[in-house]
Ligand binder design. Structure first.
Ligand SMILES: Cc1cc2nc3c(=O)[nH]c(=O)nc-3n(C[C@H](O)[C@H](O)[C@H](O)COP(=O)(O)OP(=O)(O)OC[C@H]3O[C@@H](n4cnc5c(N)ncnc54)[C@H](O)[C@@H]3O)c2cc1C
Length: 381
């Protein structure tokens, strides 16, 4: 089975981590990425212990920790800055961290031989015949592999080849993100936070070495454009009067560095693959970002797939076993993330007041217990 080379469509976190996990157990892989250079856009991201455990097993934990900020507590705050809940993440065999996406991708890429990645290859369509998958690219070339993994993101072409085209579902709010350097005193090492207002949230993540990522959310229609005076001004108006250092963060961010996305996901798929093709990461289970678990799930997928390659006798059995092991967990994460988004985006002042009271009164232990169950995930043997 190992004689068959696996083709991976998409060179994001999921595709590169999968290539690395397979390469480390001796499986030949090629990643095909449509972009001309590999670059993660986006700000920073949280990697919880379920993901850093995968990175440890890939031999990358030390480098990762050196490039990231610690993540020991998560605060939920009101717009005035009052702490409504202080969630302690607890002790695990591996740390939780916040890292810049570019750093994560660079660390994964450094561990993978460069000949495993081909740039400028955009998938057009696939054909399965006689125990092979033929991959047709928009640059006119065709390649053949024993199996193909679609790691081509939430608008996956592989997914639409398998199950037909459809659009991700807009969940009613937009997310803006940026990166800043901050040396003020309004943050504490290890403490990241999300502040809840009426239909708006502001999150602060420390990615280490004086660098921070922030994100802001607001309920807006799907076709919401930028304000007439630009993104930065619009956000400064939306979050005027919020606690420190929200205004400082927005002021310190360049207009051109502010990214904006609609919050989107898709309903869980009943199956992820057909024959010798499967899906991985956002292509299989795109998630709203409310739990910070989308990329973590892609890392888990990568490792589980490699584990299945070691255990199953044929490639088709590898793919089906991998899908079976991953579907329930990722569906759970998609659903919980969507629910957290609905709670976070509540807008009516009375309901928001009720949420504030309940959040203050609820013991953080309940959340800590639930989160620890997510973080304790061990790769199935
Ligand atoms: C605002 C926001 C905040 C988030 N925060 C977190 C967080 O804190 N923690 C976390 O774990 N996750 C977070 N996520 C989720 C995380 O970003 C995604 O789950 C993760 O990037 C998915 O990786 P992927 O490799 O599956 O897909 P992608 O990162 O989308 O990569 C897909 C790759 O496929 C390529 N591609 C697409 N089509 C083709 C084609 N036809 N042919 C060839 N190549 C193609 C693309 O160019 C891209 O390089 C967040 C997401 C958002 C939007």
């Amino acid at each position: 089975m190992r004689r068959g080379q696996i083709g991976i469509i998409g060179g994001g976190i999921g595709g590169i981590a999968t290539a690395l996990a397979l390469h480390q157990i001796g499986v030949p892989v090629i990643v095909y990425e449509r972009a001309a250079c590999l670059r993660e856009i986006g700000a920073g991201m949280m990697l919880w212990p379920n993901a850093t455990r995968v990175l440890r097993d890939l031999g990358l934990l030390e480098q990762m920790v050196a490039r990231s900020g610690p993540n020991t507590h998560f605060l939920v705050r009101s717009a005035s800055g009052r702490i409504l809940m202080n969630i302690a993440l607890g002790k695990f065999d591996v740390p939780a961290v916040c890292i810049r996406r570019t750093d994560l991708l660079a660390i994964l890429l450094r561990a993978l031989p460069s000949e495993c990645v081909r740039l400028g290859y955009e998938l057009d369509h696939l054909k399965q015949a006689r125990g092979k998958v033929q991959i047709y690219f928009k640059n006119g070339t065709t390649e053949e592999h024993a199996a193909v993994v679609g790691a081509d993101g939430s608008r996956s072409r592989v997914r639409s080849e398998l199950f037909g085209a459809s659009d991700p579902v807009y969940r009613g709010y937009a997310i803006w993100r940026g990166l800043v350097r901050y040396t003020g005193r309004a943050t504490m090492p290890g403490y990241n936070s999300e502040t809840w207002g009426n239909g708006k949230r502001f999150g602060i993540l420390n990615t280490g070495h004086g660098d921070f990522t922030w994100y802001a959310t607001a309920n807006v229609p799907k076709d919401h454009g930028d304000g007439p005076r630009g993104r930065k001004k619009e956000l400064q108006e939306m979050f005027a009067g919020w606690h420190e250092p929200v205004a400082d963060f927005l002021e310190a961010t360049e207009e051109s560095g502010i990214l904006k996305h609609g919050a989107r996901d898709r309903p869980p798929l009943p199956r992820w693959g057909i024959g010798r093709v499967t899906l991985l990461g956002d292509a299989a289970h795109p998630c709203t970002p409310n739990l910070g678990q989308g990329g973590c799930m892609a890392l888990e997928d990568a490792f589980v797939l490699a584990r299945c390659v070691e255990r199953e006798p044929t490639l088709v059995r590898v793919l089906r076993r991998y899908e079976f092991l991953r579907r329930k967990r990722t569906r759970h994460m998609q659903q919980r993330s969507q629910l957290m988004g609905r709670i976070g985006q509540l807008e009516h002042p009375l309901i928001v007041r009720g949420r504030r009271v309940v959040t203050r009164l609820l013991p953080a232990r309940i959340f800590e217990y639930n989160l620890r169950r997510i973080y304790a995930y061990g790769i199935p043997g």
